[in-house]
Design a protein around this ligand. Structure first.
Ligand code: 3EB
Length: 330
């Protein structure tokens, strides 16, 4: 048993970061490329596939036709399913995705608890034990008031399902509201056989230290994660949060400017080169469809040549209108 596990190890040196890119090719073609760990499609019109490496993200893209997102690693990839969880692994990397219907798990908190407990159990049996980056997409994320807002219930359940999983440090993450089936909770993650280095933003209070006004359970995530070989930075959902407060209420353009300042501070804090380039894919989540063209224009102007996927999504604080996440390669 122990021998079998050892033989699956990929050596002691941290492995090269997965290559993340947006591609116009269709899903079957991308799945057939060597080293494909995952292919993500966006919105209700995205093609289907039974391949465990394929995931339809329930966020509509503002561009039609939308690109797919491709994750590629070095070496052969294996994949499979484990109940509602599907996964792929190769080159020292693991992709795992889980979708639950909240109605089957007692609502938003119960679904988050079940999902995180299931993911934790699954990862426990793998060589790739270091969770570096997580995406959470929840329906109707801002519905409900005060501590019963659905995002806050999600935070409660996530913390319960994780237990002490991330006691050594939180992964980078995104939590965004989708406009698909309102009961669908989708979570996917990137894990590695090697540890990453969490990075915080000096302009922002660490999320796990947010004061009580933002909910009973502070969200557990790092602002970014340097991947094990130090060759890439996974950037968490970054909104116009300064200190712990939301800035520029009601002003999408000003929020976007603040986000760009936050991102520059984060890159500096991570020791990454300033700015973004044509190899650094980003996502912009925009709450109001009417803002999409303006956000696209402003990003083209401020980040020329940077691949940005513009998605219709709700930031987890109702006053926040836009959020960015993505990658920066060293
Ligand atoms: C913020 O800065 C914005 O709950 O996992 C960003 C990234 C946000 C991740 C999460 C929430 C999460 O607080 C919200």
């Amino acid at each position: 048993m122990i021998e079998g596990r050892e033989s699956r190890r990929v050596g002691n040196d941290p492995v090269r970061a997965p290559r993340i890119s947006y591609r116009m090719d269709d899903a079957p073609a991308l799945l057939a490329e060597p080293g494909t760990l995952a292919v993500l499609g966006f919105g209700g019109h995205a093609a289907g596939s039974d391949d465990p490496r394929w995931l339809r993200v329930p966020l509509e893209a503002f561009d039609a036709p939308a690109s797919c997102e491709l994750w590629q690693v070095d070496g052969p990839v294996q994949c499979g399913s484990h109940g509602a969880l599907h996964w792929s692994a190769g080159g020292g990397w693991l992709f795992a995705a889980l979708e639950l219907d909240e109605r089957e798990h007692g609502g938003p908190a119960g679904a988050a608890r079940t999902a995180y407990a299931h993911l934790r159990d699954f990862i426990r049996g793998r060589d790739e034990q270091q969770v570096l980056r997580i995406w959470n997409y929840q329906g109707a994320i801002n519905e409900g008031a005060g501590d019963t807002e659905r995002y806050k219930l999600f935070c409660d359940g996530r913390a319960e399902g994780c237990g002490d999983w991330f006691a050594q440090g939180y992964p980078a993450a995104t939590a965004i509201g989708h406009h698909g089936n309102p009961h669908l909770l989708q979570i996917y993650m990137l894990a590695s056989a090697h540890a990453g280095t969490p990075v915080e933003n000096p302009r922002q209070v660490s999320a796990w230290r947010y004061p009580r006004q933002y909910g009973r359970t502070s969200p557990g995530f790092a602002r970014a994660m340097r991947l094990p070989a130090q060759d890439a930075l996974a950037i968490s959902g970054t909104a116009a949060v300064v200190g712990h407060a939301s800035a520029h209420e009601g002003d999408t353009a000003a929020q976007l400017d603040e986000i760009l300042v936050n991102l520059e501070a984060l890159l500096a804090s991570a020791g990454m080169p300033a700015g973004f380039d044509t190899h650094a894919p980003l996502k912009a989540y925009v709450r109001h469809g009417a803002d999409a063209a303006h956000v696209r224009e402003k990003l083209q102007q401020r980040l020329p040549g940077v691949p940005v996927l513009l998605l219709h999504g709700d930031v987890c604080r109702s006053e926040l209108l836009v959020e960015l996440d993505g990658w920066r390669y060293a």
